[in-house]
Design a protein around this ligand. Sequence first.
Ligand code: NAD
Length: 365
Amino acid sequence: MERVRVGVVGCGAICGAYLGAGQQFRVLDFVACADLLPERAQARAQEFGVPRVCSVDDLVADPNVDVVLNLTVPKAHAGVATAALRAGKHTYAEKPFAVSREEGRPVYELAKKKQLRIGCAPDTFLGAGIQTCRKLIDDGWIGRPIGAAANMICHGHEDWHADPEFYYTTGGGPLFDMGPYYLTALVNLLGPVKRVTGSATITYPQRVVTSQPKYGTVLQVECPTHVMGIMEFANGAIGTIAMSFDVWAAQVPCLEIYGTEGTLAAPDPNCFGGPVRLWRNGAWSEVPLSHGYAEQSRSIGLADMAYGIRTGRPHRASGEMAFHVLDVMCGFYDAWEQGKWVALETTCERPAPLPLGLPAGTLDE
Ligand SMILES: NC(=O)c1ccc[n+]([C@@H]2O[C@H](COP(=O)([O-])OP(=O)(O)OC[C@H]3O[C@@H](n4cnc5c(N)ncnc54)[C@H](O)[C@@H]3O)[C@@H](O)[C@H]2O)c1
């Protein structure tokens, strides 16, 4: 299969994970790197043997680039995606899809109008752990799904990330940063969400950076950092979500799915592997992983989109699903501000499950 040429915009922390894990997918050919800070693009290109370093404008205009991989900070996602689509390029972004519905909708519409592919992280739902959960649910092991609980409780990222500002500005916070992993996993497992309600707060209006090189910098917190939500799925299941950067310690499962005949304890949806644990007939057991890609495989969603470009099949980490997840997240905030339930304007198809037995480094055609 002809390889798909990828130009990377945004060469910060997560870029190394893409360029590293991306090497396993033969369909991907990383041809160029760009960043607002050219030295970052230079460094990543050198580290991973990417042949070209250029400006963002030149990368987007480059006829040798088929897909613009957008690994910039959330506030820049929509702008970079729009420029790529206008230049006739497919584009795949890190999460979130955009920082608001108003910003995300035109990007989604433009991709449709131009008949270009738009994909979006997270792609961890294509990993062995969540794909095994999907198979168990689809094969009826927990009966009819009736509920779910998603929890990501921590104390934020200013103690390790070199540039933690974006976690505390619009488009950041635990909901927009970590919510996409949990919500995408849930949509993959249970289908789209119909309506939501929620509440949120900012416990600490300022944060002090304790990582290097910005140790001691005081950040003003612009977005909610402690968010609780309830979701009703179109299939009738009811889920809760708790996303917090304000809690020192907690003992809650990251993701559980409840059914009429059993319970599924899913692995961390921010990771690719297991363990997957199933309760049925009075006992818990660990289920062997049915699928591959249990190791760090960030870029599998991009590789899946590349297969889609070459074969014409739909890709799984789709703009449609990411825009729906964005709508769910915005819905929690709208519900909190307006004190009511919010019916979602968007929906999406559940992405097709990955087939069993894929050879390493490949996806289905
Ligand atoms: N760091 C992680 O562990 C992690 C994990 C998963 C996903 N992500 C997501 O990846 C994205 C990037 O996160 P990161 O941690 O790599 O951030 P980062 O700040 O380390 O890197 C972002 C890079 O994008 C560049 N950039 C910003 N705006 C730009 C623009 N308009 N044009 C070109 N370059 C631009 C910055 O100069 C920087 O080098 C975010 O959406 C984040 O949610 C991060």
